[in-house]
Write a protein that binds this ligand. Structure first.
Ligand SMILES: Nc1ncnc2c1ncn2[C@@H]1O[C@H](COP(=O)(O)OP(=O)(O)OP(=O)(O)O)[C@@H](O)[C@H]1O
Length: 703
């Protein structure tokens, strides 16, 4: 959403060929007033917030409000009134975020004052907008006439062509009064006024396919029809190039986002991002096999990772295949997984891109029960805060993050039969979570392969999941779209490229189901997002941490998460045995142990070389890793770097050192270092303090 576009769109230069945008009718005073009011409000808040350690969320809010006004006046997604409301709520969102950082969320005075300030400004913006809206309504048709006069010759030709086409195909004499080329060059939008003879916009929509056929649009191009900014107007989006067939990579800026200001999930046909608001909404994503569901889910997880106020919990009953790439950089940095060749090493201290992964029903039940416990604790602990702020919604912020529970094939769990007791329990807990946790900043994203599941028809699940995505490639004749968006009339037969589909948000401030194209994501991009966002992802608030107890604290422990690194911290005693451990039959899904095998092989090769040097010159004391350490370890045996490692571990005192850190220090492979440290521990020269990924070696003097 480019703010730079705004001035060019208010009034096209008269009499010239015209700037690319000819849209004059619908971004009249309302969006202007709202933009100005929210901009001023944001600035005022920003001034008050000078010196705040983290003022930028406010900027996010302000930019969101401005960008929102512009984008939506451009594509006329909403009426002016909802536009104003949304811009206002964005402003508040920015305010909330900033002061929640700047002040202790439990400091009621600060909260109360700032909330009043935020609400005051928001109300002013709304009033200004409503006032302007009334004024606009009074001069509606005059404005349409004015816009039509200002059309350039080229656009006038398009307008005439489509006025004729609408008349021919639908029988209504609608008058196209504005034409706007998309910046992407992939199509244009039309606004038309309907004749006053009972024609309504949805009658035009019902003929969208016929209009596309009449215009001889390329395959894959779907005419999207929606109501204009006032009744009696209709807006048509007409793609002239099939962008659904394009592969568009996930945008690489990975900048900060907030769940309050919206998260982009993909691209509309005119290349504007489609932004979802999930503070109060759950989402259902339907994607048949091969439709691009895994790819899309990574874009969703990337959006959450970028949010400074979201923590993501992932349930994937196919052994965490969805979550694993998000944990990998962390596990590598911890020395638990070998690095992926061709990528820079994961930096020390990088945090997992998702906060918790459940790969089994047992772990999923633990996670969901914990989520419910957090919900309860938040309700009790933040009562006063919310009363003070006059809100019934927990003020989500980086200090008080929203929890997004992403359940791959969660809809399947919701419809598990009585025989599958554990899965059924998972389903019950998801349902309870969806029903009870909205206010406390916990929401769910469920995927499903099959749109015919009873879960999709479950009114309760639907009620709490206004956001829907149906990936349409590979589906049979619009099945999923029909289930998710009953009544939507979109020619999904044209949307058959992987990653293409229909997206909608049924909330009052949402948008009608519309064709969209998901971004292309890759494991390398996931890795980049995890690393780029590591420092700005939030941690769980203390109230929630206390409520979550051990179930949460131990989520990365070897007992519970060890499957992710397959053999925990216990290294293979001999390299001969290592390939056996990695035999495909024993491999855990989601782990590419080929890398590990290569590392072991490299270690063995180095060892052979050392052996050769030894036998020739007798100079190096380093034993081959293939001679298991414990057996060779008598006295002060060990590689020569071990002395330096022991000294560093001793210097680290009671905190000790992780094997990964020692490996970086001595410049050896993690596997070799783990072997040697383990052997030293078995000789009593070091003490191993087992704490999952946080396990360390400590010098006996400090143990
Ligand atoms: N948005 C996209 N743009 C371009 N290509 C895409 C997009 N999404 C997916 N694809 C391609 O489509 C194919 C299937 O994608 P993906 O593996 O995500 O599908 P899936 O529905 O999860 O499949 P399965 O259920 O079989 O695992 C892949 O080759 C992928 O590169």
């Amino acid at each position: 959403m480019s703010l730079a576009k705004s001035p060019t769109r208010r009034k096209p230069a008269a009499g010239r060929g015209g700037p690319p945008l000819d849209w004059a009718a619908t971004h009249g005073p309302v969006s202007g007033a709202v933009s100005a009011a929210t901009g001023a409000g944001a600035l005022a808040l920003l001034g008050a917030a000078t010196g705040m350690p983290a003022g930028w969320p406010l900027l996010v809010g302000a930019a969101g409000a401005l960008g929102h006004g512009i984008a939506h006046s451009l594509i006329r997604r909403m009426t002016a009134r909802t536009l104003a409301t949304r811009a206002t709520s964005w402003l508040l969102a920015g305010g909330w975020t900033s002061w929640a950082i700047a002040t202790d969320p439990l400091s009621w005075t600060a909260v109360g004052t700032l909330a009043a300030l935020g609400v005051g400004i928001g109300a002013a913006a709304t009033n200004a907008a409503v006032h302007e809206e009334v004024a606009e309504e009074e001069r509606l048709s005059a404005q349409a006439r004015e816009a039509a006069r200002e059309l350039s010759a080229e656009r006038r030709a398009v307008a005439a062509e489509w006025s004729d086409r609408i008349a021919r195909v639908t029988g209504f004499q609608a008058r196209v009064f504005a034409v706007e080329s998309w910046a992407s060059g992939a199509g244009f939008s039309l606004a038309a006024e309907l004749p006053g003879d009972g024609a309504t916009w949805d009658r035009i929509r019902a003929r969208a396919r016929a209009l596309a056929a009449d215009a001889r649009l390329p395959r894959g191009c779907v005419v999207h029809v929606e109501e204009g900014d006032v009744q009696g107007r209709v807006v048509l989006d007409v793609p002239t190039r099939n962008v659904m067939a394009d592969t568009v990579s996930y945008p690489s800026d990975y900048g900060p986002l907030s769940v309050l200001t919206g998260i982009p999930w993909g691209l509309l046909p005119h290349s504007e991002p489609v932004t979802l608001h999930l503070r109060e909404a759950c989402a259902l994503i339907l994607g048949p096999p091969g439709s691009g569901k895994s790819t899309f889910l990574d874009a969703v997880l990337a959006g959450f990772a970028r949010c400074t106020d979201v923590l993501t919990f992932v349930i994937d009953l196919k052994q965490g295949a969805v979550g694993m790439p998000w944990a990998r950089p962390y596990l590598e940095a911890e020395g638990l997984l070998p690095p992926v060749s061709g990528y820079p090493a994961a930096p020390q201290g990088v945090r997992p891109g998702v906060d918790w992964i459940a790969g089994t029903t047992t772990e999923a039940i633990v996670m969901l029960q914990t989520v419910l416990a957090i919900n309860k604790a938040r309700q009790a602990a933040y009562q006063q805060l919310m009363a003070q702020a006059n809100t019934t919604l927990l003020p989500v912020s980086p200090r008080l993050p929203q929890i997004m529970v992403v359940v791959d094939e969660g809809a399947e769990a919701l419809s598990a039969g009585p025989r599958d007791k554990e899965r059924r329990r998972v389903g019950e807990l998801i349902r309870e979570g969806m029903r009870t946790t909205r206010a406390m900043g916990i929401r769910f994203v469920l995927t499903a392969v099959d749109g015919n599941l009873s879960a999709i028809g479950d009114t309760q699940v639907r009620k709490f999941s206004p956001v829907g995505v149906a990936l349409t490639s590979g589906e049979s004749a619009g099945n999923n779209t029909g289930k998710l968006f009953p009544g939507a009339r979109i020619d999904t037969g044209q949307l058959n490229e992987a990653g293409a589909g229909v997206i909608g948000n049924a909330r009052r401030e949402g948008f009608a189901p519309t064709p969209f194209k998901g971004w292309h994501t890759t494991p390398g991009m996931v890795r980049d997002v995890v690393i780029a966002t590591s420092n700005r992802r939030p941690t769980l608030d203390d109230v929630s941490v206390r409520a979550a107890g051990d179930a949460y604290a131990q989520r990365w422990s070897p007992e519970r998460a060890g499957w992710m690194w397959n053999d925990g911290l216990i290294p293979a005693t001999t390299t001969d045995k290592a390939p056996e451990k990695d035999a495909p039959g024993e491999r855990r899904p989601g782990l590419n142990l080929a890398y590990k095998r290569r590392e072991d092989e490299a270690d063995a090769a180095v060892a052979r070389l050392m052996d050769a040097i030894d036998s020739r010159y007798g100079t190096t004391p380093e034993p081959s890793p293939s001679q298991a350490m414990p057996e060779t370890a008598s006295g002060h045996e060990g590689p020569e770097w071990l002395t330096a490692a022991m000294a560093a571990i001793k210097d680290a005192g009671a905190a000790g050192m992780k094997p990964g850190a020692v490996a970086d220090l001595v410049g050896r492979s993690r596997q070799a270092v783990r072997d040697a440290l383990k052997a030293a521990a078995e000789r009593g020269e070091l003490v191993y303090r087992d704490n999952g990924p946080h396990s360390v070696y400590v010098h006996p003097d400090h143990a």
